[in-house]
Design a protein around this ligand. Structure first.
Ligand SMILES: [Zn+2]
Length: 170
């Protein structure tokens, strides 16, 4: 039985400040005055194009990029032939990315890799990898093009992250 919290991802090099922040978010930090990725998520961006420029990068770095250090792969090599089970509060999907068996994982339903309607008009969630990659690639001066603002295909309201803390249904 493996219990994992944020510390495991920190040791794999997923950190919200320091080098990783400087590398990916120094321009945002300079403009808005925050010094770590977490604070950047709480910044009250005035327009959606700015908010999504930040969030798409945040999601890309924390959800779709590989961890800088192979901590999860190492852990898997120790347990892969054993009858293991993992419980984690991490939302970065490092276990899945490292090749852990999905059936041997219990994780919270929060997932940076999913969007949902901000209304919400239904409880459907949408895989966001392509949307996120497009927003990251096409942003300029910390803004995404207006037509890339992700919207609910059912009602046209903006999407939001699939995070329990922001879920208006709970
Ligand atoms: Zn909707």
């Amino acid at each position: 039985m493996i219990g994992a919290g944020a510390g495991l991802s920190t040791s794999a090099g997923f950190v919200y400040n320091g080098e990783s922040f400087e590398k990916h978010f120094s321009d945002f930090g300079k403009k808005y005055g925050f010094k770590d990725m977490y604070s950047g998520g709480f910044y009250p961006y005035e327009i959606s194009e700015e908010m999504w420029a930040y969030w798409s990068k945040f999601i890309f770095v924390n959800r779709y990029m590989d961890a800088p250090k192979p901590v999860y792969e190492q852990l898997l090599s120790w347990v892969k032939d054993k009858d293991y089970f993992v419980i984690t509060t991490n939302v970065d999907h490092c276990f899945q990315k490292a090749g852990f068996d999905k059936n041997r994982l219990f994780y919270t339903q929060d997932d940076y890799g999913l969007f949902q309607c901000s209304e919400p008009c239904s409880d459907v969630t949408y895989e966001n990898e392509e949307m996120v990659r497009n927003m990251v690639e096409q942003q300029k001066d910390m803004k995404i093009p207006k037509d890339l603002i992700p919207k609910c295909p059912k009602c046209g309201k903006p999407f939001t992250m699939n995070l329990r803390s922001q879920n208006s249904m709970t």
